[in-house]
Write a protein that binds this ligand. Structure first.
Ligand code: ZN
Length: 449
């Protein structure tokens, strides 16, 4: 008997028919989608107005009542919500349900002061699992796949978000969490994981440890990686794909809105489909707050459409991107958020030039002799901001060439980005490796008054 080909057992045809997890939702015509959004927006504003005093006071001040919303254009009349609202009303002041009606709390640690706390009803958790399953499927994961989940479990939404979504999809979840990198590699190999979920920086750390151990992950069962929770560049994508031998897919989410699964790339990898049956997306000018026409770059603003416990009206994400509702080759009708490569908070203004760490990352990753691990240190010298870049040499590069490499990298950054930097090349392994979100910038400038 000859080998049975994939075509003979119908896997190819099945996977095409099986392109969408929820075909009715994912390919809904845009006029139907808009009607659904308007109905859900009215419910959301009603929920916020009736149950959250801060929203009610702001809506009253803006002279908007839930019943006033006649079209989606009325969204622009709603006041914004910002991250500090959650801190200012710590812990539960922005919730639309009493604590005893919730099923789960998550929190993100702020660098200063109170954490940001978010809450979910049972139905919110259920919706989240559905959307995360939809995102995994959109990225190419299928029922029965072994999903190795290296996102941190705990108060961070990454671990449990991916976990519930993979279970909902019908995948086999390995709840690994971050850390114990040698063990991660052994289990990926032994359990024959097809899908890896991790932050992009941790995926690279896994690759690095595997290479040091002599394990070739490119020859492993891994085929798909879902990477998110921190901005990453196209150059970083190439590096991860080369070293892990998988297709690296960008996934987006934030705990204030839900967690991972708000948007995900499809097989076209030309922007992330934002799930518009559950969220409304806008891009605004971050300075004026005015909505920008489609295609212009600005700050992403998201309104939740189905959240019970924590309805969010025009939440300012501080992520900088563009939106397009142009048809996608995959057939999904939902808008695409172009890849987010920077956060407004992360933007550095270096002697008048706006710089995102991801721009520097893209330059560094392309250079020979440099490993894809780096940290930016920003200091003030007199009235001027000074950036130094700590990078690592590739293993085997002789120490006496570090200075020449540093000079070369600084010259290249100056020509590509237009800023002068001090580059310090260090021995391999010097820069701390992240097991979750990478810390790319150490800002040592004195804080303002
Ligand atoms: Zn698509």
């Amino acid at each position: 008997m000859g080998a049975i080909t994939k075509a003979e057992i119908g896997i190819g045809a099945a996977s095409r028919a099986n392109r969408y997890l929820d075909p009715a939702a994912e390919t809904m015509p845009r006029d139907q989608l808009a009607a659904l959004q308007l109905a859900r927006l009215r419910d959301t504003v009603r929920n916020a107005y009736d149950h959250v005093p801060t929203h009610r006071a702001r809506l009253d001040a803006a002279r908007v009542r839930p019943d006033d919303l006649q079209s989606l254009a009325d969204l622009r009349r709603l006041p914004f919500t910002v991250k500090s609202d959650l801190r200012d009303h710590y812990p539960f002041g922005m919730f639309a349900r009493p604590c005893h009606e919730l099923a789960r709390l998550h929190a993100s640690s702020g660098t200063t002061g109170k954490p940001t706390v978010v809450g979910y009803t049972r139905q919110d958790i259920d919706t989240w699992a559905d959307l995360m399953a939809r995102s995994l499927h959109c990225a190419g994961a299928r029922q029965g796949d072994v999903v190795h989940n290296a996102y941190g479990y705990g108060l961070f939404t990454g671990g449990l978000g991916a976990h519930y979504g993979a279970e909902r999809l019908g995948a086999v979840v390995v709840p690994m969490s971050g850390g114990s990198t040698e063990r991660q590699i052994a289990l990926i190999m032994d359990f024959r994981a097809r899908v890896l979920c991790a932050t992009p920086s941790y995926a690279l750390a896994i690759a690095e440890v595997a290479e040091a151990q002599g394990v070739d992950l490119r020859a492993s069962s891994l085929e798909i990686g879902l990477f998110g929770a921190e901005p990453w560049s196209q150059a970083m994508r190439g590096e991860i794909e080369d070293r892990l031998g998988l297709k690296a897919v960008d996934i987006y989410g934030l705990s204030e809105i839900m967690g991972p699964g708000v948007a995900c790339e499809c097989e076209c990898r030309n922007g992330l489909h934002g799930w518009e049956d559950h969220f409304l997306f806008e891009v605004i000018d971050p300075d004026s707050g005015h909505a920008l026409p489609e295609g212009e770059a600005g700050e992403l603003v998201i309104t939740t459409l189905t959240k019970q416990a924590l309805p969010m009206l025009r939440y300012r994400t501080r992520d900088i991107t563009r939106l397009t509702s142009a048809p996608c080759d995959c057939g999904r009708t939902h808008q695409r958020i172009l890849r987010i490569t920077g956060r407004n908070d992360d933007m550095l203004i270096i002697r008048g030039v706006n710089v995102y760490p991801s721009q520097i990352e893209a330059v560094l990753i392309g250079r020979p002799s440099i490993a894809p691990h780096y940290q930016l240190v920003v200091q003030r010298q007199g009235s001027l901001d000074q950036v130094s870049i700590e990078v690592e040499a590739q293993p085997g590069v002789p120490g006496e060439s570090f200075e020449a490499i540093a000079h070369d990298v600084a010259h290249y950054i100056k020509s590509m980005i237009g800023i002068s930097t001090d580059v310090l090349v260090q021995a391999p392994g010097t820069i701390p490796r992240s097991q979750g979100k990478a810390v790319r910038v150490r800002d040592l400038r004195p804080k303002g008054p």
